[in-house]
Design a protein around this ligand. Sequence first.
Ligand SMILES: [Zn+2]
Length: 426
Amino acid sequence: MSGIQLHPHDILDEGMPQIMSYIRKLQDIKYVFPEVNTIFERNPYPVGKLPRNPVHEVVYGTGTMHAILPSYKASSLDQRREPGLSAERDPLMIIKEAMQDEEIEVIPWLNILNGHFEGPLLENNLVTDFQGQAIAHWLCPNAPDVIDFWEKTFVHLYERYGFASYMIDRIRYPDWAGQEVNPKGLLTCFCPHCQKKMADQNLDAEAIKHALQDWVILLKDKRFDEAVSYAQQNPTLQAWIAFRQESVSGFVERLIDRVRKVNPDFTIWLDLWPPAYSWMLGQDYSSLTKLSPALKHFPYHKLGGGADVQGLIHHLAATEQEQEAAFQAFKRLFNLPYDLSYAAFKQEGFPIQFVADQNNIVRAQSAPGTRIFSGIQMWNLTPHNLIQAIQAGESSAADDLLYYCYGWATDDLFEAIQTYRVKGSY
Ligand SMILES: [Zn+2]
């Protein structure tokens, strides 16, 4: 059984009849995951055109909410509504109605901590880097008003659309990618709420900032190998990494408790980074999987596991030699045991065993019985590579596949899966 992600523009521009005809080609789709609130992302990413969209060649996500909800803007925290939303152009209602007679479950996909948020309480809820700069569009898991906003949103989504199961994504600190590469997004969070929580746990926020500053100097001096050893061995940095993980797990626990208190039918699935990187972004599989029955992660081997590896390497290193050294250090920091040069990575990505390796690590780190969806990259690769990734996912410890994503995938990829499912080979 598999799932596939949809964007709101797929539903509005292509219409459900066309979408259903393509979903049927995949043979075993049991779940569709429509994204309710977008992120700041080019569709498709990073280049190319939407292959079947009759209205737009490219769509730029602007972090807006594509669901009809009351406004919370006057008094608290809110997310900007997508302009043009109306009773006739309501993608979540359109997909709900289209799926009523299908054997497919709709699981709306919500981006929790990243988006175009607004309202009088916004500033008090933003992630702050180690130099005191707020990170635009990112909410802190320790900030006071975030769960109130999401509780209202879940309740009102349920009232209008009736969905009780949701996938929650962006439950983490910022990574270095985005509209531009900014590694300072990683060196967070030092908002007043985090600093108070650190003090309560006898963690010295100033010592952590100094350790991060020393780490940045090693990276700026291109001493990449030393920087990796420093991060791995420095007890202050290790305490900071643990603090971030505990903050995200605590946030997810409070969020799920709150919404389930309102309505015990709410079921929340998790979207996580693959375990190679998750620990660095505040995601700890062992504690998070105690809170939820299912998760998806995205071991997209061609794209370096979904991380903008090249963006980071080019930000840190200019010459070919420095870039190679930075890449080797990157593999060491993130425990990627592949004998691979940077030039080969740029050509081919990680080897195919990355898919099964990461799925097997997820299984080992997750609570027993966790249902694991292996994200399958379904764009910007050949049909042969796609089938290889499906086979790697199916032969790993993952339970199911989740294709990402409908709107970016070219027709030849749908046809490759159809052939593979019907004939058993490709
Ligand atoms: Zn914070």
